[in-house]
Write a protein that binds this ligand. Sequence first.
Ligand code: ZN
Length: 94
Amino acid sequence: MNNQQKQQQQLEMYKAQQAQLQLEYNKKLENSTGIYCKNSECGSPYFDQVTILRKLSGSMDGSIQDEVVEIQTFICAICGEPIEELNPLSRLPK
Ligand SMILES: [Zn+2]
């Protein structure tokens, strides 16, 4: 098999994998249920991804530096209410 045939074969395999992933994704969506804003006056299905920043203090002698950790979570795009079950702040110290 020459290089061009190999490339063609790889491309066909890639396309088949992508089609399979698309099918699995569609099946997942069919079995999914909606997540809606819990604010009773809102109920929006739209969310924005936002970032929570947490500081890990380093050591007093400076041998370990302060570190900032990023946590991605979601808030309602309409009213700003966090999705409580996904909100890590409810499980973390102030
Ligand atoms: Zn909302």
